[in-house]
Design a protein around this ligand. Structure first.
Ligand SMILES: [Ca+2]
Length: 467
């Protein structure tokens, strides 16, 4: 009996020795393609790019929602937001949910989160350290934690920088970007305030890039870089109108870079559709652990082989994020169907974006009659119930083709996909819409005032840092 226990403990030790470490970098509000490795015309992100240069770059990776805490809960459980019990902004992840950290803890891993938490109290029990810190301190705290970790255990680090979330620091980097150099997306008008705001956003992206470089350097000096599965992604689109909180690519398409030389070939581009519900199942597949609670599945074949096909479709949802929404979307390689169940209300923005200088600039251009029709769409009330986009000719989803006969067959096919997914995942509308938390011009409504007061009391900087 004793001998058997000894053998078992030997096996256990051997399996731990072979267990890979995991390090997930998750940016806060970093938009699609906003890294130099994706061909961004202005941003220089050599350190983040290194993960992709020495690993794989995913060109069509998608989040399940464009909202901070619901997106993180979805990623860490491998479930759609409405299946996590934490689908609205700020909802804590319920204790019964099976997260990546919970599974790894059972396997003997040392779990550490650095930076932004935003997942509630119950989930903290699955982590050895919850080291919350500001964006500017990400690398310092991550390095402290990496040096202090027990060296006889595999680790999982969730490095969740608060960059590039608002409010933007004006001194984030030594050589700030210039407003005249920014690249304006087609859904934003050209205005000096919007240019200034985008330049500040670039500065925080660049700061996170510097921090990623320091952390990769620390892994290298500890000799564990190649034994660590490294993932880089974002939680939602950039905090600008028609990006964050929407289900267009500007809201849900995330940069995704993965590096693990023993499995992932170097410097390859994967163009197949990938959903983040498949991320944790894939990582658990690498760890040799079963992931029964996930609604996704392992896509390890895509990680090993850039030619391996991706999903046929990805699905996403928008629920309450400052303002009430119940919007669902299906995206295939060529098409996007967005269904606005609360179609009488305008699309609007997250409240941090409403309170930004960008929104001031946007409304100034609107008053002067200078918005293009797609830009005006943001203020449209009511919206269409359904939007359908042909991304091959319209990658920014600016021209709704519902009603054009040549698209009828594809539109119907996508309606069926979306309906089937909603049934399969038990996606039910609430009996009553939830009240908005804010006026449309960004002031807390009376029922939201206590939350806002507590947030300020707890040291909330400026207006909306935790959004
Ligand atoms: Ca976020």
């Amino acid at each position: 009996m004793l001998f058997r226990a000894f053998l078992l403990s030997l096996c256990f030790a051997a399996s731990l020795a072979a267990a890979p470490n995991f390090l997930i970098f998750i940016a806060d509000d970093l938009g699609e393609g906003d890294l130099s490795i994706y061909g961004h015309p202005v941003l220089e992100t050599p350190n983040i790019d290194r993960i992709g240069r020495e690993g794989m770059v995913f060109d069509r990776a998608f989040l399940t929602t464009s909202s901070c805490s619901p997106s993180r809960s979805s990623i860490l459980t491998g479930r759609y937001p409405h299946s996590t019990g934490a689908e609205d902004l700020h909802m804590p992840l319920p204790a019964e949910q099976t997260t990546f950290a919970r599974v790894l803890r059972g396997e003997g891993y040392h779990n550490v989160t650095v930076g932004k938490w935003h997942l509630g109290e119950a989930e903290k029990a699955r982590w050895a350290q919850v080291a919350e810190c500001a964006g500017a301190d990400t690398a310092r705290v991550a390095l402290e934690q990496l040096r202090a970790r027990p060296k006889d255990k595999p680790f999982f680090f969730w490095v969740a920088s608060k960059d590039p979330h608002r409010p933007f620091d004006s001194d984030a980097i030594a050589q700030p970007h210039r407003p005249e150099d920014v690249a304006l997306p087609p859904y934003l008008p050209d205005h000096p305030l919007i240019r200034k705001d985008l330049a500040l956003y670039y500065d925080e992206v660049t700061r996170f890039d510097e921090h990623v470089g320091q952390i990769l350097g620390e892994l290298e000096s500890q000799g564990v870089l190649d034994e660590t599965v490294i993932v880089f992604l974002s939680d939602n689109g950039m905090p600008f109108p028609r990006a964050k909180t929407t289900l267009y690519d500007s809201g849900i398409r995330t940069p995704l870079l993965v590096r693990y030389p023993s499995l992932v070939p170097k410097g390859k581009l994967q163009t197949g559709l990938f959903s983040v519900v498949d991320l944790i199942p894939t990582l658990l597949d690498i760890a040799g652990v079963e992931a029964s609670a996930s609604e996704g599945g392992s896509r390890l074949a895509m990680w090993r082989d850039p030619e391996a096909p991706g999903r046929d479709a990805i699905y996403a949802e928008a629920n309450w994020h400052d303002f009430e929404q119940f919007t669902r979307a299906v995206r295939t390689p060529r098409y996007l169907l967005v269904r606005n169940y609360y179609w009488r209300k305008p699309l609007w923005n997250s409240v941090d974006s409403v309170n930004s200088i960008t929104w001031k600039g946007f409304l100034a251009v609107a008053r002067a009659g200078g918005l293009t029709p797609p830009q005006k769409f943001l203020l449209q009330e009511p919206r269409p119930f359904e939007e359908f986009y042909d991304l091959q000719v319209d990658p920014a989803s600016l021209e709704n083709v519902v009603g054009r006969p040549q698209y009828d067959a594809e539109l119907n096919r996508h309606r069926t996909l979306l309906d089937n997914w909603r049934v399969k995942t038990s996606d039910a509308m609430p009996d009553e819409p939830r009240l908005d938390g804010w006026t449309r011009d960004g002031r807390p409504l009376p029922h939201n005032q206590p939350w806002y007061d507590n947030y300020i009391k707890a040291g909330g900087r400026s207006n909306f840092e935790t959004f």
